[in-house]
Ligand binder design. Structure first.
Ligand code: HEC
Length: 204
């Protein structure tokens, strides 16, 4: 027992020292290195490695901005959300299921003109019957049912898919609408997939 009591402060002191001495990379060098990895890419692709203000703030704070900064990021990102003109956010859940499974789009290997998917299963459980899913994001199984299929909850889902960082400043979930990976109809279809009563996501 005595050994343990002595060892812990010594070890934590050592770790603290090691952390303090970790050299910080020169930001300019990081920028240069990242840009160099895309030097062969077509002109339009190079814009992808240029950070916007939100990405810059999230990188600098290691995704943990101070509360005031987080609030400012969320307000800015919320300002990008465009709701459907007719106010309806529920599309076709069957198409939504296919979009959630589709990981194509935005890749060098895409066939010309291929429609992008949402690749939602990479991070979320959604249909409880689907066994292949990631766990970086929370489970979305039974999502609509757990929110009483409410109209306001559906608008929140639409907004979440359009720009996840409007509600979680440095979320790892992509900003699908803001980045124009998914269009309005696709986001409606995904909203239906999560929120419709007859969607398998909400099956008893
Ligand atoms: C790279 C991983 C990733 C991908 C891909 C992703 N998400 Fe997420 N998602 C997350 C994380 C992490 C959270 C929790 C943090 C947050 O709320 O932003 C989340 C949260 C959510 C929420 C809110 C859950 C709640 O608690 O209310 C919804 C709804 C959602 N995602 C839907 C989707 C849909 C639909 C797609 C596909 C278009 C998708 N996500 C793709 C990571 C991801």
């Amino acid at each position: 027992m005595r050994v343990v009591l002595i060892a812990i402060p010594v070890l934590s002191g050592f770790l603290a020292a090691a952390h303090a001495e970790t050299p910080r990379a020169d930001p300019a060098l990081v920028e240069k290195t990242v840009a160099a990895t895309f030097s062969q890419a077509p002109e339009a692709w190079r814009a992808r490695v240029v950070q916007d203000e939100t990405q810059r703030q999230c990188s600098l704070s290691r995704n943990e901005p101070a509360p005031a900064e987080a609030a400012a990021i969320q307000a800015r990102e919320a300002g990008t959300i465009v709701y459907p003109a007719d106010g309806g956010v529920i599309g076709d859940w069957r198409r939504g299921a296919a979009i959630a499974q589709n990981g194509q789009g935005g890749q060098f290997s895409d066939a010309p003109g291929v429609a992008s998917g949402g690749n939602c299963y990479a991070c979320h459980q959604i249909d409880p019957k689907e066994i292949s899913h990631g766990t970086l994001g929370p489970t979305l199984a039974g999502y609509g049912k757990s929110r009483d299929f409410g109209a306001e909850a559906a608008r929140v889902v639409y907004a979440k898919i359009f720009n996840a960082q409007a509600t979680w400043a440095c979320s790892s979930m992509p900003r699908f609408g803001h980045n124009r990976v998914l269009n309005e109809q696709q986001i409606k279809d995904l909203t239906a997939y999560l929120m419709a009563r007859d969607s398998p996501v909400n099956a008893p």
